[in-house]
Ligand binder design. Structure first.
Ligand SMILES: Cc1ncc(COP(=O)(O)O)c(C=O)c1O
Length: 388
């Protein structure tokens, strides 16, 4: 069966058929009023009341004690890793199936990514595979978990909640605790996603959120570190604001800091967007229901849906092709895009990228299989009118 025209027809049925991007931002709330206020008052740069408010609002929405807003998710993950103790020369376990920024942030710390396999049930890091793998590579040296093949410390594990579908965090935390390894969550895609009512990003030591233009809530560009650890939050704020000791006029910096601040203008946009988060999540969940219904009669494809006990934000709607029809993926991508319906495959596995191909990795059969069978569909909340 030639699936491409059948899939295009069903996508058009759900989206209305007009040309549509993969994920467009939706500005229907107080965005203009808050941004205008910044311009009217002159508070457009790296300090201002919206920066403080956005941090408070993010803490409230996620249930984390603290949020530190930053210039983007990549810089946020780098700092989250650094303040969690990752040092140059360490190794950090990350999924092979992730956006390149997860690995880049590890490298920006001077550390090395070590790639792990995915769980087909969540699309994220597989706790069971990790539990089997770690004893085969780890040895304890002076109470530290070291990769016996490279001699490097395994300093952190970074689960990533793919397209807003939560990793099995209770199981992952179990594995990490068993081996005494810190967990830092890449929650770039999962604002609004919950596990048993608890927000993703609040299970590990700390987490990063992204507010890039394509995310469920955008600040244009931006990110945040969320954590319950007060000292860690203070250190993250200090490092991301040039490590300047507070003083009325003196410029004394006590570490090599970064200018990773989020400007007040962007935070203003974020505050207005965050007010609408529940509406966005509701719209995207309704969109998932509509895609599921539209594809119900089509053999060979299924919309990926949330696991029991979780609430996914359905950031990007995800169609999974049966193995038997995976060879049609590129034809489906071409047909839908030609019809103005923007779809895309999942990222190339990080283990396939030239700068990461020599990094340590476990076998990744599930990630390899998923990488051939995922197609993301148009996902903007405005595709469901009346909710967002
Ligand atoms: C999984 C993942 N990690 C990291 C990032 C990096 O975030 P940013 O683009 O805000 O730097 C993104 C998004 O872009 C992402 O999807």
């Amino acid at each position: 069966m030639d699936l491409a025209p059948l899939i295009t027809e069903r996508v058009c049925r759900v989206t209305g058929g007009a040309r549509v991007a993969l994920h467009e931002p939706c500005f229907k709330g107080n965005e203009w009023a808050y941004v205008k206020e910044c311009i009217d008052t002159g508070w457009v740069s790296s300090v201002g009341s919206y920066v403080d408010r956005f941090e408070r609002d993010l803490a409230e929405v996620t249930g984390a004690k603290h949020a530190v807003v930053v210039s983007n998710g990549t810089s946020g993950l780098q700092i989250a890793l650094q303040v969690s103790g990752v040092q140059p020369g360490d190794e950090v376990i990350i999924p092979a199936l992730s956006f390149v920024a997860t690995a880049n942030a590890v490298m920006h710390c001077g550390a090395h990514p070590h790639f792990a396999d995915s769980d087909a049930a969540t699309l994220g890091l597989c706790p069971a595979a990790l539990a089997d793998y770690l004893p085969t590579i780890l040895e304890q040296r002076a109470g530290v978990s070291v990769n016996r093949h490279t001699g490097r410390r395994i300093a952190a594990i970074v689960p990533m909640h793919t397209f807003g579908h939560p990793v099995d965090m209770p199981a992952l935390m179990d594995v990490a605790n068993r081996f005494g390894i810190v967990v830092v969550e890449d929650a770039a895609e999962s604002l609004g996603s919950l596990i048993d009512g608890r927000h993703t990003g609040t299970h590990g030591r700390c987490a990063m959120l992204s507010f890039n233009g394509n995310k469920i809530v955008t600040t244009g560009g931006g990110g945040a570190i969320v954590t319950d650890d007060t000292q860690l939050a203070k250190h993250a704020k200090h490092l991301t604001t040039t490590a300047k000791q507070p003083h009325k006029w003196a410029f004394f910096h006590d570490e090599v800091g970064y200018n990773y601040r989020m400007p007040n203008l962007n935070a203003a946009l974020g505050c207005a967007q965050l007010e609408q988060l529940e509406g966005f999540v509701a719209a995207k969940r309704e969109l998932a229901t509509r895609y599921t219904a539209a594809f119900a009669d089509l053999p060979g494809v299924v919309l990926f849906t949330e696991r029991a006990g979780t609430r996914a934000n359905y950031w990007l709607q995800t169609l999974i092709l049966d193995r038997a029809v995976a060879g049609q993926r590129d034809a489906i991508l071409a047909h839908t895009n030609d019809a103005g319906q923007m779809t895309r495959p999942v990222w190339e596995l990080l283990t396939q990228l030239p700068m990461y191909s020599a990094c340590p990795a476990m076998e990744t059969p599930v990630a390899k299989d998923l990488a051939l069978r995922i197609i993301n569909l148009p996902s903007g909340p405005q595709l469901v009118t009346g909710i967002a």
